[in-house]
Design a protein around this ligand. Sequence first.
Ligand SMILES: *[C@@H]1O[C@H](CO)[C@@H](O)[C@H](O)[C@H]1NC(C)=O
Length: 95
Amino acid sequence: MNRPMLLSFSVGFLAWLCVFYVKAGILINGQFPAPTIDCITNDNVIVNVINKLDEPFLITWNGVKQRKTSWPDGVLGTNCPIPPNSNWTYHMQMM
Ligand SMILES: *[C@@H]1O[C@H](CO)[C@@H](O)[C@H](O)[C@H]1NC(C)=O
């Protein structure tokens, strides 16, 4: 059975206050580390990535063996960066 999995990743820059200093970084859905994708073989993972940064952004799906979907690998050249204030939906079947 192929479970469809629809996810939304909102990528943004955030500064937060620690006890003695301010830290800043790129977060996904306000989280660091990014959310875990809990899936099994054959699951169809669909992730809408919304780029809220002020520069182009790409996600590299390290560890995902792209079956018949080499273009969303997230490597510059096979995948165009997502322009600021735009979104792109990655479709991947896990194996
Ligand atoms: C962008 O997001 C909208 C709303 O969630 C969605 O309908 C649309 O398909 C997305 N576009 C791309 C290119 O992923």
